[in-house]
Design a protein around this ligand. Sequence first.
Ligand code: TRP
Length: 451
Amino acid sequence: MKKFLDKRGSFGSRFGAIVAVGGSVVGLGNIWRFPYLAGENGGGAFIIAYILISFSVAVPIMLAEFGIGRSVRRNAKRAFQKLAPGKGWKAIGYLGIATAFVILSYYCVVAGWALNFLKQAALNQFEGKNILEINQQFNAFISSGWSSLFWTWTFIAATGIIVYLGVEKGIERYNKIFMPLLVLILIILVINSFTLPGYEKGFSFLFKPDLSKINGEVLLKALGQSFFSLSLGMGAMITYGAYIKKEENLFHIAGTVSITDVSVAILSGMAIFPAVFALGINPTSGPELIFITLPNVFQQMPGGYYVGVLFFILVFFAAITSSVSLLEVVTAYISQEMRLGRKRASIIATLGVVLTGSLCVISQTPESTLTLGGKNLVDFCNDFSSNYMLPIGGFFIVLFAGWVMKPEIFQSELTSKGVFGKHIYPIVRFLIRFVTPIVIALLFMDLTGLI
Ligand code: TRP
């Protein structure tokens, strides 16, 4: 971030703000989580629900977070303390920190899968293997314990070192090159997927929605995915908002970031599903979907070796800029609460994630009896953080922005004192006050069987 910060500690330009926020939002959520959820929840139906929710519910929350953060120029917990002193609102900050921790615990495990994939691709270990063998190879890796632990730790260490050294800003500047490159490779993969036999099936799965598949559960999963992918509901965007200059157009930033994020997710789906169908892989395979599909794609395409290696280097990069933004939140909290220097705080935070991340890995081995709610810990942390923790956090954040914060302050912040969004602001305000909280509440009521 620092590269883009000026003397007053703000992003130097709108572009700088977009690049930094983009680093947090584009990650495994787009490339790994979106495709497998779409596969499990009816393909096109899920995509429609996802797009609708992203722009009617999630983007207003992003604007609310930016507005809160920029109005007081503080991180989540302190922002609430300052805007509503003595009241219970700072609990949202605590919830956010807990959420960051739960996400990190399994995010590092999945990033470890990506690192292992990178190693296998680089050493040509997929060569000549059929789908069944690749599937077995993946399962053997997950059940191995040690190998999975090794890559999980490697990823956590890399994240921890970046936060410890405080060089996340230096790394973010590479987003400018790596993110467009990632999009480019995705586009190449999409083009390649047109050459696969039976690719039409994959495309009609994605783009010919069967609307009867949309139900409360699908909507809740789409909601969770929107929150996760756009890094919302835990105050991360409050912190970024604090660095955005007062004269910058927040609508423009939120719009660009969200369109980019949704596009990367859909491109990733388009890159994968034609292959899923062409190869006869089950679209409801779950979290392993991209890991069992892509090796076959890279094998079949000309220059696939290089594309595969480069693609997973970029996935690793996208993942680490996201995990850094999560570990930052936990580190800042430990440093404030325990009155420790940032470096020590980052060590404690990292060790905490090593512990919970390891438990997640262990819970996936066949001998393990570690489960929560009938799931292994990776699945539990994954589902619980996105489907419950983030939407609940988001619910209170919009209630705060829409009903507690002084309307004049909020309006002046979002519109940069009336300069931007004259026509959009009233719509956003309406979405924040009514639509967003009501949609979240209804989905939760549906889930718990209240309605
Ligand atoms: N959005 C990131 C991804 O898609 C994950 C992430 C980073 C995140 N920071 C966050 C999710 C804060 C929720 C909240 O991979």
